[in-house]
Design a binder for this molecule. Structure first.
Ligand SMILES: Cc1cc2nc3c(=O)[nH]c(=O)nc-3n(C[C@H](O)[C@H](O)[C@H](O)COP(=O)(O)OP(=O)(O)OC[C@H]3O[C@@H](n4cnc5c(N)ncnc54)[C@H](O)[C@@H]3O)c2cc1C
Length: 650
């Protein structure tokens, strides 16, 4: 495996002023830039520290700080980064035939990719949510790890996201009293759930196959056909890799994008002969019938699936995104025929939260690299960290990040509350209920009513998905520029390769629903049947929180919110859809203003107060500061209380 150069080992940095060189540089002598040093975000990143203490109560901060600090270090360990390097250097490939000419259709992924997948699973990047050990805070715990993991994961988080969505879907399905289920179906779904929530070698990831050539945003044109065919032909295998019966539905069609191609199962959309768009569960592999007749024949085979081609992509290159042809893929129907969109929405509501935290994770790493570089790079004899115009843009980026990080994590917290209040299937008895981590306690801490958490979550998930993705892409473009020419390079050091992060971020505004699709979704919620309830939930939460601010801008936030409400009430759905992106932006501004205000209020943190003031200044008049004072705040927003020259390396 190729070695990465380590920028993580402290580099000696001499702080003497630049001297006039006596001889010109050669390829091997002269000036070499000290690389930026990446530090454990749990210890270095002020924004991360604020999220950790805002979204977890004190006792959990205490019990989780050591394991999360360890995990933060692990995400930057040379061994982890060398897996990323290996995965990036060895993109997946498709082998169509064996050396002896037999058809093979085998997907090869790199050892680095596989190691990262196992690492993420064993760290509970999905399982934490289903172990329920932190009650309503299990989701914040999970995503506080996830945000650290994303930039060092080479994109294994994509299958993990779908795994999480599938686990939630199956847990709700298994817990539902309204669904009729045969004994076989119960066994099959319970087994899948067990795999999806495992940490060990038994753990499964899942695919999510919706998009076809006719459209990904609008899946109503799905052409894939599901036929009820409970009788198997003698040539067909009848059991999956666990020896459980394959499903009675036979599915054929063409799926245009499948990211988690090597997953063990999938949830997919297909139409029944009556045209009812429905959701199905299918294992991707089955026991091979041929195994009994041919020597050395593989024991398992794909479940009626041919990997037609792998996509060539701008980013997420280690992730095997494929086109798949389905021919008699054996599957089980999930829910009633015709409820496909509703069923798949359960998965999407989870994967969109993953998408938000993925965007934040990539962006956070970009910001960390920019900070690190500013501490070591001199321009015109001055460190960038002491160059006001450079730090001003970094401060702008950090303010944007801190605002949108709250939006993402607010959704995470709401998800935790909603799930704790309405738990799904749980195979083993959950840990004893702790009142301190109950849905009620978590909701009270956040200032929301438990019953309103699902409404807020439904409304804000598309807002967070859309805006974190767009902002991360723009932020990482700034991040590249902040390193000058080096920022644009596809350098071998994956730890500080901002171009890689930028490439990877670009898909986040497309998959799981484009920005326009998110805007339309948000408008649909606002103007739909549950709209009044969702608006009421925001009103109560905003009103209840700013009441605690004793003035300090609260009334202005309420004014913007009331103005927004009026527009929503008075505008038709069609018109509102046209300005859907402004709907997203205004809603996000209000929610973030409240969250930043709350974050500053809880402990009077002055830097957070300034971040909140700057966020509010985008929409309401706030007092302008003297520029010298503003420069000082810029520095604090980016570097915290650290003074330029404070630290040995500066
Ligand atoms: C790397 C990668 C991996 C992927 N992995 C998967 C996967 O694993 N499983 C899967 O099912 N799909 C996957 N996708 C597909 C992805 O979800 C779709 O590409 C996406 O949903 C958009 O669908 P589309 O490509 O058909 O574009 P279209 O739906 O044709 O969209 C084209 C344009 O129309 C706009 N548009 C669409 N609807 C509206 C509307 N109502 N109002 C306004 N504008 C609109 C969109 O914003 C977009 O700009 C993947 C895509 C990529 C790039």
């Amino acid at each position: 495996m190729a070695k990465t150069t380590s920028t993580l080992t402290p580099q000696p940095f001499k702080n003497e002023p630049a001297t006039h060189a006596t001889a010109p540089s050669s390829a091997t002598d002269g000036f070499f830039q000290t690389p930026p040093r990446l530090e454990n975000p749990f210890l270095e990143d002020e924004a991360y520290k604020r999220l950790f203490s805002f979204y977890l109560p004190k006792p959990l901060q205490t019990s989780l700080s050591t394991p999360i600090a360890r995990f933060g270090a692990l995400t930057l360990a040379p061994s982890t980064l060398s897996h990323v390097h290996n995965a990036e250097s060895n993109p997946p490939r498709l082998v169509s035939h064996t050396p002896f000419g037999e058809p093979s259709n085998t997907l090869i992924t790199s050892p680095g990719w596989q190691a990262l997948q196992s690492l993420g699973l064993s760290e509970g990047i999905v399982a934490i949510a289903y172990e329920h050990e932190q009650g309503a805070y299990s989701r914040p715990h999970q995503y506080l790890k996830y945000i650290l993991w994303q930039p060092s994961s080479a994109g294994v988080t994509c299958p993990s996201a779908m795994q999480d969505g599938a686990a939630r879907l199956l847990s709700l399905h298994l817990a539902s009293k309204d669904v009729e289920r045969s004994e076989t179906e119960r066994r099959v779904f319970e087994r899948a759930y067990k795999h999806l929530t495992a940490r060990d070698a038994e753990a499964w990831t899942s695919g999510q196959w919706m998009t076809e050539r006719q459209g990904g945003s609008d899946v109503r044109n799905t052409e894939t056909l599901a036929t009820y065919a409970p009788t198997f032909s003698p040539e067909e295998s009848t059991v999956d890799t666990d020896g459980l019966p394959l499903g009675p539905w036979s599915i054929s069609g063409f799926k245009w994008f499948s990211s988690a191609t090597e997953s063990n199962m999938t949830i997919l959309l297909a139409k029944t002969p009556s045209g009812a768009l429905s959701a199905f569960y299918a294992p991707t592999r089955r026991q091979a019938k041929a195994a009994s007749t041919r020597e050395h024949a593989p024991k398992t085979e794909l479940n009626g699936i041919t990997i037609h081609a792998l996509k060539s992509k701008l980013g997420t290159r280690p992730l095997p995104t494929a086109e798949l042809e389905l021919n008699n893929t054996r599957a089980y129907l999930l829910g009633a025929p015709g409820t496909g969109i509703k069923t798949i929405a359960t998965i999407l509501n989870i994967t969109r939260v993953h998408n938000s935290i993925s965007a934040l994770g990539l962006w956070a790493r970009g910001l960390a690299i920019s900070r690190g570089y500013a501490r070591v790079r001199r321009v015109a004899g001055t460190l960038l960290a002491a160059t006001p115009s450079h730090v001003a843009e970094l401060a702008h980026q950090h303010t944007e990040f801190r605002g949108l990080a709250h939006l993402g994590f607010f959704c995470v917290a709401l998800l935790g509350i909603a799930e704790a209040a309405a738990p799904g299937y749980c195979p083993s008895p959950p840990p004893p209920a702790d009142p301190a981590t109950s849905a009620a306690a978590a909701a009270e801490r956040l200032g929301v009513a438990v019953e309103q958490a699902p409404l807020l979550l439904r409304l804000l998930t598309p807002v967070a998905k859309a805006l974190t993705a767009r902002a991360a892409i723009a932020g990482l473009a700034e991040g590249m520029e902040s390193l000058g020419g080096v920022g644009y390079l596809e350098n071998e050091d994956v730890g500080v390769n901002v171009a890689r992060l930028f490439r990877d971020a670009n898909v986040l505004s497309i998959w799981e629903g484009t920005t326009n699709v998110m805007a339309e979704d948000c408008v649909r919620v606002l103007k739909g049947r549950g709209g009044a309830g969702a608006v009421e939930a925001v009103s109560e939460w905003v009103g209840g929180r700013v009441e605690l601010w004793e003035g300090r801008g609260g009334e202005s936030v309420v004014r913007v919110w009331e103005g927004f409400k009026k527009i929503v009430e008075e505008t038709s759905v069609e018109e509102l859809k046209v300005s859907g992106r402004e709907v997203l932006a205004t809603l996000a501004w209000v929610v973030v203003a409240v969250l930043l205000g709350e974050d500053a209020r809880r402990d009077g943190d002055a830097v957070t107060g300034e971040v909140a003031r700057r966020w509010m200044a985008r929409r309401i008049g706030v007092e302008k500061k003297d520029w010298r004072e503003a420069v000082e705040w810029d520095r604090k927003i980016v570097f915290g209380e650290e003074k330029v020259g404070d630290r040995a390396r500066l």
